[in-house]
Design a protein around this ligand. Structure first.
Ligand code: PMP
Length: 284
């Protein structure tokens, strides 16, 4: 596999980043994951805009222009022959060659790394046909979940807790309300109304969330953005999650309670179809 590091396209075994890089030592880094379908990038613009926002919030320099980023994405997809898969991008603050809590001087260059993952069958996923079983766990993450940092230890632990419980994923709960999934935004549907938590610093502003809510409204589906409890979700007709790498994923079970008849719900299935169709039309 060919990867990209700071201006160079290299075999993955030759790519190098300093051990003093603040991404490595302090999780001082942000990332984006863009899906590739039919060799094209899904919602590149949305990811580029959110990346800029994450960088601004952390006073981190932009590593290059949006146009250059697009070119790097496209070149990696081409070099690695990706038809269905992902492009992972990470920008870290770099380093002055030592460890210090204080940010390094402004002329320190950020570290830009991109690589691809080949995922044949990403759109026509067996997991989406089955639907996901989820458990609920406490949300003990930091208070700026709107910034897409690489601090993913707790989400990783959450996925492990789910795995140990025989489930696929976890939704997190703070002050009695569901925040989001470990790597996705969370929704339930009751009496035809789609409910999801409103945007704030408490959750990631999902690129897929934005697209799916727009498509839902265009399809005349009712959407309510409000806080909700796990009990409401358990009593729902259906539920689902959204993310750039799994699109719309039906949820069929929460904390051992089956939703509806325990198979993917009609609204989740329809939104998945509409989302895939529309986003592939606009892919670049
Ligand atoms: N919330 C969290 C915590 C995530 O990690 C992700 C995936 N990046 C999402 C939501 C979904 O965001 P997106 O649709 O932009 O992938």
């Amino acid at each position: 596999r060919t990867v990209y590091v700071n201006g160079e396209y290299l075999p993955e075994t030759e790519a190098k980043v300093s051990i003093f890089d603040r991404g490595f030592l302090m999780a001082d880094a942000v990332y984006e994951v863009t899906s590739v379908l039919g060799g094209k990038l899904i919602d590149f613009e949305g990811h580029a805009v959110r990346l800029k926002r994450s960088l601004d919030e952390l006073e981190m320099a932009e590593p290059c222009t949006k146009e250059e980023l697009l070119e790097i994405h496209r070149k990696l997809v081409e070099l690695n022959g990706i038809d269905e898969g992902l492009v992972y991008l990470q920008v870290s603050r770099g380093s002055d060659g030592d460890r210090d809590f204080v940010f390094p001087s402004e002329d320190t260059k950020p570290t830009l790394v991109l690589f691809t993952q080949n995922k044949p069958g990403l759109a026509d996923s067996p997991a989406a046909k089955k639907g996901a079983k989820i458990i609920s766990i406490e949300d003990i993450r930091w208070g700026r979940r709107d910034i897409k940092t690489v601090q993913l230890l707790y989400p990783s632990m959450g996925k492990m807790m789910a795995k140990k419980a025989g489930a696929d994923d976890a939704w997190m709960i703070e002050d009695g309300h569901v925040t989001e999934g470990t790597s996705n935004n969370a929704y339930f549907v009751k009496d035809g109304v789609i409910v999801t938590r409103p945007l704030s610093n408490d959750i990631l502003h999902g690129i897929t969330r934005k697209a799916v809510l727009r498509l839902a409204e265009e399809a005349q589906l009712k959407v309510e953005e409000r806080l909700f409890t796990i009990e409401e979700a358990k009593a729902a007709d259906e539920a689902f999650t959204t993310s750039a790498s799994a699109f719309v994923m039906p949820v069929v079970e929460i904390d051992g309670v089956a939703l509806g008849d325990g198979t993917p719900g009609p609204i989740a299935k329809r939104l998945r179809e509409i989302y895939l169709e529309e986003s592939m039309k606009e892919a670049i």
